[in-house]
Write a protein of this length. Sequence first.
Length: 462
Amino acid sequence: MIIIDQTIVSVALPFIKSDLGFSESSLAWVVNAYVASFGGLLLLAGRLGDLWGRRRMFIAGMVVFTLSSIACGLASNAGMLIGARFVQGIGGAMCSAVLLGMIFPLFPEPKDLGKAIGVFSFVQAGGGSIGSLLGGVLTQAVSWPWIFLINIPIGVVTILFALKLLAKDTGIGAQGGSDVTGGLLVTGGLIIAIYTIVNTANYGFASVNTLVTGVIAIALLVGFVIREAKAATPLLPLRMFRSRNVSGANITQFLMVAGMFGFLFFSALYLQQSLGFNALNTGLGLIPVAVAIGAVALGLSAQLIGRFGERTVLGAGLVLIAIGLALLGRAPIGGSFVVDVLPAMIIIGVGFGAAMPALMTLGMSGATAADSGLASGMFNTSQQVGGALGLSVLAALAADRTDALKATGSSELEALTAGFHTAFFVASGFAVVAFIVAMSVLRKPAQAAPQAEESAVDNAVA
């Protein structure tokens, strides 16, 4: 539900614009308001979950998310919808930040944990794949407010199950790391950074708006690092970055997700503009990716990890993602979906289904029990920032390629398709760099255990 709400509005935007009187420039904030608050608060929410209890943070976040969904569905003007979407992103961050931190303690056996992470990876990836399709179905069958109101029964049921099934945890208490100044610095820095990234499509990378907000974001984040190095009870203990697996997994995910966000965006454009698919068929065309991810993540990934290890499975998955994206970079104008697109989508889906569970396991292996919420928040933050930045870079490169070809006399369709090819090849390059980082930095979880033990001692001393 939380992942779907990042993409479900895309098909409904024209209807929202007409009904609520959005201007062309303000319409993007129906998406950006959610992304900014969601990505900006993940790190803080993860740490607060460690301090106050992850179950408590998850349920509170789900309440905020559900109530704000009602406000979105009942919005009568543009300002109300943008405000409700910002609050909805806050609720989504509160829930998402602690998810991995809750899953790992629930499944102490590696075999069970592997299955659980596989299910989580599939749900996460599936949400991204079917968001546009579900948005189109609900908008056409009922009306656009139902893309938000459908969250109400799901949210209520989720809250009830969480109250019944999740064990109470009190957290480590405020004395374990209550750092208000650090929280304000990192939250403000991340929100402004994401605002800067998502608005490069409107202003460009070299515009005054981008440079000013970018400098402000960097200054706040640098101030946060300085604060954490000196604070007696830091929000984000910098010792966490000593773990090769924590740091390496976040960098790897940043690069991998940058490519995957570009894949979902540009494959949808290719299907519509080069192959002539309508919105509904475009959504259906992306379903094979979710099916392939599910086929691997829901069972096969745990077996592969058990036999070959997380690092090997992750490397193989990244290679498949790179190959699939490169194949899409050769898809012709007016090509065949079955011949030119479907094989690449299946390869990418299989690669992601194998890579993501392995990456999650490696990324959480260097975190202690007291830091698992924070590690989960970091992992989700790298995903959001990587996706936003990657998509912005790929969109700019694709647009530059398209404009250059138009200037030399190429047709509109030829120029657009060449721009898509550029985006796919660069996204493939992201996956290749992710592979290099993963193979050179990450280690088996068993080798990360001494660092985890050292972190536990550090916590006890603190």
